[in-house]
Write a protein that binds this ligand. Structure first.
Ligand code: SIN
Length: 549
């Protein structure tokens, strides 16, 4: 089938929903999401939204903390824009129905928590389920909006790109790419549809599933990054993978985060003998930035041979813990851990991609009419390491920026027609007579192999030799996938595997390129930050050579 909308949004987290709610004032919107509409990283976000609204705080403090965390790679003008627009964006979320914890009745009288790397209390939150509060409010606002249509269980396969050449005489002197929508796979019917749109907005989140251990939900397979790469968009800084220091360590606790806000309330990291250790690594101790804390835990675990460290918040009363962290309290208790009495076993796990699809201040990618917002984008806000609770903030700020841009352009875009896309010319066409030729076992096998390679060779602490081993493995895996893929029926596991393999390969290539240690990228063979040669982004694309700027 063929669908036409003004705007196609891929992903139903905070970025996609907030863009859709705004853009619906100037056009029709399709939101396409590969699973249930609530199954997004946003829904699992515990921490909150950073905003310098406390009496003792200032925009300058928040800007400086963000720049310090970013370790020399943030774009200052972007950081300033994001920080300064935070209060306005927060008020919009409240208007859409999000209920944050409050201290008073004034519009910005929110309760403010603390997280690592922040010099002041500035985390606006809804207990320890901020993402859930945001997701449910925005979904219900979107469902009431007649100009927004949500397509669940629809998987985006590839972007539809039109090439527009500039002719001088009979020569095409340059070609620009324009995104006209995407090919979408409907899981229930196994049909592929063309979704045409004047602007396509990737809000597909991160790629935590590329690692064996992650705080991310299963949907985080880097689909947007891989699609944008295949279409020729520029991607940047993929070596900067943030490992959250404290994920619950328990055989039955898949992907469960223990929010940094627990350390913000005085929780201490201790070893198996109950000895605190963070003071050995950084003057800010337990409230140092995530890169420092995750590396410290990694070192402690390697030195002791223990499987985990512990987060001790037993100095707080049971009633306080139940009120401030109801979700974490209940989850721990269900696994036999009483956080009012027992230190919580924790380990670091892949949490957030600081790099992504390179975008400008209006969330525009390097392909015309293609936008990227949220974790899949690289805006310049996070640099080499994201400051806690700056990510939901980035998503709402850039969805506003993208909205302003599409509003300016939609009338002129409507004059353009959509291209013809014969499905039989795409790699997703399977003729009815085609027999299955390949076994499916390579899918599950390679999923596991990629995640182990990335964890063991491209993890918190890296080495040249391990990175080069990882690269060789990925070349082989990608070859295997390309060989077998055309011979199996279309299915989302296979597509996710293809995307994961691309993203893993790109992370490795960026990590190999950066011959220094900075922010989240720590390589023991190049242990120092090297501003003279490496104070720039690692930008790559299908068509271009590397760009370092
Ligand atoms: C957390 O609650 O620790 C996660 C918040 C974030 O990733 O910014």
């Amino acid at each position: 089938m063929e669908f036409q909308f003004d705007f196609l949004v891929i992903g139903s987290g905070i970025a996609g929903l907030s863009f859709a709610l705004k853009a619906s004032s100037v056009g029709t919107v399709a939101i396409v999401t590969k699973k249930d509409k609530l199954e997004t990283s946003t829904n699992y976000a515990q921490g909150g939204i950073a905003s310098a609204i406390g009496k003792d705080d200032s925009f300058e403090n928040h800007i400086n903390d963000t720049l310090a965390a970013g370790d020399g790679l943030c774009k200052k003008e972007i950081v300033e824009m994001v920080v300064r627009s935070a209060p306005e964006r927060l008020l919009e979320l409240v208007e859409w129905g999000v209920e944050f914890n409050r201290r008073g009745d004034g519009p910005l009288d929110f309760d403010l928590g603390r997280e690592g790397g922040h010099s002041k209390n500035r985390i606006v939150h809804a207990k320890d389920m901020t993402g859930r509060a945001i997701e449910s409010a925005l979904i219900s606002a979107a469902e009431k909006n007649p100009r927004i249509r949500i397509f669940e269980n629809h998987f985006a396969l590839d972007l539809l790109i039109e090439y527009e050449g500039t002719k001088v005489g009979s020569y095409v002197t340059s070609q620009k790419k324009v995104c006209k929508g995407a090919l979408i796979f409907e899981k229930e019917t196994a049909e592929v549809h063309s979704f045409f749109a004047h602007a396509t907005v990737l809000c597909t989140g991160g790629a935590g599933k590329v690692y064996l251990y992650t705080s991310n939900p299963d949907v985080a397979t880097g689909d947007g990054l891989a699609m944008a790469f295949r279409a020729g968009a520029k991607l940047a800084n993929l070596e900067f993978v943030q490992f959250h220091p404290t994920c619950l360590f328990h055989p039955k606790a898949k992907n469960f985060l223990i929010s940094e806000a627990v350390r913000g309330e005085g929780g201490k990291l201790v070893d198996s003998k109950g000895r605190p250790f963070m003071h050995k690594y950084h003057p800010l101790g337990d409230l140092a930035c995530r890169d420092v804390v995750a590396r410290a835990i990694d070192t402690e675990m390697k030195n002791s041979g223990d499987d985990c460290v512990f987060l001790d918040i037993t100095h707080k009363s049971r009633s306080f813990l139940q009120e401030r962290f109801p979700h974490i309290y209940e989850k721990c208790l269900s696994l036999g851990i009483d956080m009012a009495k027992d230190p919580i076993p924790v380990v670091p796990a892949a949490h957030y991609m600081c790099g992504g699809i390179l975008t400008d201040k209006w969330a525009r990618s390097s392909i015309d009419n293609l936008y990227a917002i949220g974790e899949c984008a690289c805006t310049g806000l996070h640099g080499a390491n994201r400051l806690a609770s700056n990510s939901l903030l980035e998503a709402v700020v850039f969805s506003h920026q993208a909205y302003l841009d599409v509003k300016r352009n939609i009338e002129s875009w409507r004059k353009d027609s959509f291209p013809e896309v014969p499905l039989s010319a795409t790699p997703y066409y399977r003729s009815s007579t085609q027999k299955e030729q390949s076994e499916m076992v390579f899918i599950a096998h390679n999923w596991d192999v990629i995640r182990k390679i990335m964890w063991n060779y491209v993890g918190i602490v890296r080495r040249d030799k391990r990175l080069s081993l990882a690269k060789n493995h990925l070349v082989q895996i990608r070859q295997e996938i390309n060989e077998h893929m055309p011979n199996i029926p279309l299915n989302t596991d296979a597509m996710e595997l293809k995307n994961l393999a691309i993203v893993a390969d790109l992370i490795i290539r960026c990590a190999i390129a950066r011959k220094e240690s900075r922010g989240l990228h720590y390589n023991v063979d190049h242990p120092k930050r090297d501003d003279e040669h490496w104070k720039h982004n690692t930008i790559l694309s299908l068509d271009n050579e590397w760009e370092f700027k």
